[in-house]
Design a protein around this ligand. Structure first.
Ligand SMILES: C[S@@+](CC[C@H](N)C(=O)[O-])C[C@H]1O[C@@H](n2cnc3c(N)ncnc32)[C@H](O)[C@@H]1O
Length: 393
């Protein structure tokens, strides 16, 4: 592909990404893969270059762009090689029309920047939300140890006991260790969130929103497969994936439980007031994961945030009903918006005087409200809010 053709391909993909973000359909990664499948003439260098352009443009625009050209013109403001490629050549983008404007730059749409500001995320902290994420893995202590993996694949040992960092793009999925369940790709922040649960061998632990089991697998390893670990979710497909990953990881103490939306408490009734610890890894805006999915900031609106907050309150209440006296309720969101963190915990504690916040000793992060905050800038992790609450005996 010529350099101009790559720009046009990126513009076409950006058009789809923008529409999909607003209609809350396919993520940018999937749109990229579909383009690569449908355009076999594009070699691996072309695909890499087009991907760089697409994600570069998404990161460079603050508000939702009017279209792919406006997004690419914004990227052109940061890279002088792009503008001359709007040359009207065959397969390239048409020359820039009169009055055609780039999308403004910035971290996010203005309303969201204000929300971040109110949550103390400004300056370098805000800019880092759009930096490039490294690749972290968690070594599965049920099958091996960090030293053995590092002896085979040199990397950086991180502050969580089983975490190793590799350069972005490292193809760990191709390693025998990944195929054998000896390691899982998992951001350091997620691994630290699991430490907050303080899961121990022999306990009863419930991972209420287990999804595909990223954290449940870490909890099973922390429990050394001893005790009961319930992994529940309303998403059948994700729980199915959790079942596959459990087998690969040799995690034998996990029982997956499919929940019906709005009837979660009924299905979980057998575990009422019986858990040593409940993890509520709640659905959220994902504002802490823009490094990996920068287009998701264009999917949000104040109403969507209010809906997430309401679901988080409901899941906290369900989680609380499962904890035994003296037990722990750990609330986690991959968001840096106070509305999805400290505000939820403050509201819960106000309504539930039997509970107290107790900050667990974690190897990274800073106190924020009644919990701990991890940020890309300060901790080199995805953004997380983590709170641990204890029920009076
Ligand atoms: C942040 S994700 C969980 C990620 C997962 N714990 C991990 O570590 O990979 C939130 C999950 O909450 C689930 N969820 C949404 N509504 C729920 C509900 N009412 N009850 C239980 N799970 C729910 C979603 O399906 C999603 O898998």
């Amino acid at each position: 592909m010529t350099p101009s053709a790559r720009i046009q391909a990126a513009i076409d993909i950006l058009d789809k990404v923008i529409i999909a973000a607003q209609s809350k359909t396919a993520p940018a990664d999937r749109i990229m893969s579909e383009w690569a499948r449908a355009n076999r003439y594009a070699g691996s260098k072309d695909r890499r270059a087009v991907r760089e352009l697409v994600f570069g443009a998404i990161r460079a625009c603050g508000p939702v762009p009017a279209n792919g050209r406006a997004a690419m013109l914004r990227l052109a403001q940061t890279d002088p090689q792009i503008l001359p490629l709007f040359d009207g050549s065959q397969y390239g983008p048409a020359a820039i029309g009169e009055g055609e404007e780039p999308t403004p730059g910035g971290v996010a749409p203005d309303w969201l920047v204000r929300k971040l500001f109110q949550s103390d995320i400004t300056g370098d902290e805000a800019t880092a939300l759009l930096s490039r994420a490294p690749l972290d893995v968690r070594v599965n202590s049920l099958k091996t140890d960090r030293g053995a993996v590092m002896a085979a694949h040199e990397g950086e040992a991180l502050v969580a006991p089983h975490a190793i960092r590799y350069p972005t793009g490292t193809r760990v999925d191709d390693w025998a260790e990944a195929k054998d369940g000896k390691l899982e790709v998992q951001d350091l922040g997620s691994q630290i969130a699991c430490l907050a649960v303080e899961a121990k061998a022999g306990e009863t632990v419930i991972d209420l929103c287990a999804g595909a089991g990223g954290k449940a697998l870490a909890l099973a390893a922390a429990m050394d497969n001893l005790g009961t670990l319930i992994a529940s979710d309303t998403d059948r497909r994700r729980l199915g994936e959790c079942n596959h990953r459990m087998v690969r990881a040799g995690a034998t103490n996990i029982e997956t439980v499919l929940l019906n939306p709005n009837k979660e408490a009924e299905r979980l009734e057998p575990w009422n007031a019986s858990a040593d610890a409940v993890l509520v890894d709640a659905p959220c805006s994902g504002s802490g994961t823009w490094r990996r999915k920068p287009e998701t900031r264009w999917r949000l609106s104040p109403d969507v945030l209010d809906e997430f907050a309401a679901v988080q309150d409901r899941l906290l209440a369900i989680g609380a009903s499962l904890v035994k006296p003296g037990g722990r309720l750990v609330f986690v969101t991959c968001s840096l918006l106070d509305q999805e963190g400290p505000d939820r915990i403050a509201a819960f504690l106000e309504a539930n005087p039997d509970w107290k916040a107790q900050r667990p000793a974690l190897p990274a992060g800073r106190g924020h409200g009644d919990g701990t905050r991890l940020t890309p800038y300060h901790d080199g992790t995805d953004g997380f809010f983590i709170a641990s609450l204890v029920l009076a005996c």
